[in-house]
Design a binder for this molecule. Structure first.
Ligand SMILES: Cc1ncc(COP(=O)(O)O)c(C=O)c1O
Length: 357
């Protein structure tokens, strides 16, 4: 029996999508084979792949001067590909707001000259430093930030003003609400949260910025090669691309990102309001920087953590353990986690507080 899944990633996938995939598992639309057994260069697969790309373009309203790449290597490979392609022998600006931006910085340090424009590390990444206080370089090749820090649960809700080309890691926030893609030179995201299964990374790059990318790297590491080959420079992750296409179609059929944004904001507000009103639970993030996708919370008495996890699991609420680096709890509430799941979680948390608080 399926239960409410609050995993940070790989995360819940809409049940309708899983059922459709189940139906097509042995044979995809009269082709005599499953999608997994099909050449990525076959007419059938190319049609499916193009539709998925177009649906993503429609959902995010991606302007026509952007390339949409379906890559591998996770968001982690982007931490290196980005400075390799755009940052060698240059200064690059990084905002440091959590574990993922720190990983991006650490990879970039080997490949480019990194300037940290601002950091909230000294306060355990409990906020995003005020934009007015950032120390940006005058000649940075780009400014990188993580739009939503999955582990600490903080977010920068609007793209910052930047003279340098703006790059955002949107792994845990893409497709959760509308964004203005034209503000960015590049956006990237690992799929395994709001897009589909692990194994796929989406990269959206403005053509003018792509023209600046290195052409001296190994082919697999060049954005331009992937763009020229329509993301088929080598065999792409065909099943992940297919399933992500189904998620895009599901999103379109459910009102697109305006509708998702409204639902997600209501879901998050309900849970934050409950946490703020309780004596047992607390969320450490500055209110204006609270994530709508990853909601960490601490119990006033950490001795109760293991009982909370045991009892929540028995109540059908899965994967509430916070990341091992920060402890406590975390509810990740991506698109596929419906309002009913939030209600079930809040009911459980209320009962738990009555019993143990
Ligand atoms: C914001 C963010 N960036 C990067 C990553 C790393 O992604 P991957 O494991 O796909 O390399 C994650 C993974 O959870 C993430 O949440």
């Amino acid at each position: 029996m399926r239960k409410w899944n609050f995993s940070a990633g790989p995360a819940a996938i809409p049940e309708e999508v899983l059922l459709e995939a189940q139906n097509e598992m042995l044979e995809w639309q009269g082709s005599g084979m499953s999608v997994m057994e099909m050449s990525h260069r076959s007419e059938e697969y190319m049609t499916l792949a193009d539709k998925a790309r177009q649906d993503l373009i429609d959902l995010l309203e991606i302007p026509s001067n952007y390339q949409v790449l379906f890559l591998q290597g996770g968001a982690t490979l982007q931490f290196s590909m980005m400075p390799m392609n755009f940052g060698s022998n240059k200064v690059t600006d990084y905002l440091l707001t959590g574990s993922w931006s720190k990983k991006a910085v650490n990879e970039a340090k080997n490949l480019t000259s990194v300037n940290i424009v601002a950091s909230s590390e000294e306060s355990n990444f409990n906020h995003v430093p005020n934009e007015g206080d950032w120390n940006c370089s005058s000649d940075a090749a780009y400014l990188h930030y993580v739009a939503n820090e999955t582990i600490q649960g903080n977010a920068l809700h609007a793209p910052p003003a930047s003279n340098a080309p703006l790059i955002a890691d949107m792994s845990s926030v893409i497709l959760s609400e509308p964004i203005d893609v034209s503000k960015f030179s590049m956006i990237y995201a690992g799929a395994q949260k709001n897009i589909g299964p692990a194994g796929l990374t989406i990269c959206i790059i403005q053509d003018e910025f792509l023209d600046l990318a290195s052409t001296e790297l190994p082919g697999m590491l060049q954005y331009a090669k992937h763009a020229d080959a329509d993301s088929m420079f080598n065999t792409p992750p065909t099943f992940a691309w297919y399933l992500s296409g189904k998620v895009f179609a599901w999103l379109k059929g459910n009102g697109g990102l305006n509708s998702m944004g409204k639902i997600n904001n209501l879901k998050a507000r309900k849970l934050y309001d409950f946490i703020d009103g309780s004596n047992l639970y607390s969320n450490p993030v500055a209110i204006e920087n609270r994530s709508i996708m990853n909601i960490p919370f601490l119990l006033a008495n950490s001795d109760l953590d293991s009982i909370f996890l045991q009892e929540s699991k028995s109540a059908g609420l899965l994967n509430l353990k916070g990341h091992r680096s920060v402890g406590g709890m975390r509810a990740s509430v991506y698109n596929a986690t419906p309002p009913e799941a939030i209600d079930a979680l809040i009911n459980f948390m209320g009962d738990f507080e009555t019993k143990h608080g």
